[in-house]
Design a protein around this ligand. Structure first.
Ligand code: GLN
Length: 305
């Protein structure tokens, strides 16, 4: 496996030059555009890796499935689905879905910003500080890493350059889809996006989802298998935003990307994969990361289709 990962990584390195590091959050622009790393955790517990897989980066939108999981654990499927739908939006992650249709819960999705902002309001806790701490705890458990924390510089950068997310949150509020104080909700969302991870952490989260809610090796159950089905299905249809259809054809597994350059991929019953490569394509997905996943999928017949 290591040899295969090394070879594919070598073959895909040049794709990093075709992408661009996100700069709409100024702190993210400091990332090294040439970086590429991969980490795989198999269902039997074997770890394999190659490249810049120990480089820390912020989780960004890869936190969305964790926000969804926490909301589902706290409220159950029925309530969550009544507040945020499950249909793919087919639109960019920060799209304002109000121009061509009325804004209602069925028109947002937990894998795009509007849906993820609502998820923050569904997490239980007396204060937004407490809600965030519970989310952080779940992230640590899923990632198998108790040391995971927040990148404070990225958090401050997101908070002071978050006009678009503020616009989305106020729009949700005006349509009655969000009740709480917008700044408090967004503070939780910005901190969630600024959680610092590496490829190993993302691979571990993917491995738990591929193992239908159980930790690899110990088999300890973290969440019910019905919730793994719910999350994996939404990752398949909307995890890569408006690039999800093409990703389904090229790679064919549930996955989630983030503008920090991370991709978390779930190969049901077989493995979790964590990728880092911050040079992004026009949809905000890791350019070389998708090429690397595509090749790995072909070599190991990973596509579920
Ligand atoms: N924090 C980012 C934002 O809200 C997350 C977006 C992403 O990773 N696609 O804009």
């Amino acid at each position: 496996m290591e040899e295969l990962l090394e070879r594919l990584l070598e073959e895909c390195l040049h794709f990093t030059t075709q992408g661009r590091v996100a700069d709409y959050i100024p702190e993210l622009a400091k990332a090294n555009p040439d970086a590429l790393g991969i980490y795989v955790i198999g269902s039997e517990g074997k770890h394999s890796w190659a490249g810049d897989c120990h480089q820390p980066f912020t989780i960004q939108s890869v936190v969305k499935p964790i926000l969804l999981l926490q909301a589902l654990l706290d409220n159950g499927v029925e309530l969550v689905q009544s507040r945020v739908g499950v249909e793919a939006t087919g639109k960019p992650f920060d799209a304002i879905n109000a121009g061509d249709q009325s804004l209602d819960s069925g028109h947002i999705n937990p894998m795009v910003n509007m849906g993820a902002i609502v998820m923050c309001t569904l997490i239980r806790g007396a204060t937004y500080e407490e809600r965030f701490q519970r989310l952080l705890e779940l992230t640590r458990k899923l990632a198998g890493d108790e040391s995971i924390g927040v990148d404070e510089a990225v958090y401050r950068s997101e908070k002071s350059h978050g006009s678009k997310n503020r616009a989305l949150a106020y729009l949700l509020k005006s349509y009655g889809l969000l009740e709480d104080d917008v700044e408090e909700v967004l503070d939780c969302y910005f901190r969630a996006c600024s959680i610092q991870v590496d490829c190993r952490a993302l691979a571990h989260i993917g491995a738990v989802l591929s193992n239908r809610g159980r930790l690899p090796v110990s088999n300890q159950r973290i969440f019910p298998s019905a919730l793994a089905r719910y999350v994996n299905a939404i990752l398949m249809t909307c995890g890569m935003y408006d690039g999800s259809g093409e990703f389904a054809m090229r790679v064919g597994v549930p996955a989630k990307s983030g503008v920090g350059g991370g991709i978390m991929a779930v190969v049901p019953t077989r493995m979790g994969i964590g990728i880092y490569s911050p040079a992004l394509d026009s949809k905000g997905n890791s350019m070389a990361g998708i090429h690397l996943l595509e090749r790995l999928s072909k070599e190991l017949y990973l596509s579920i289709f």
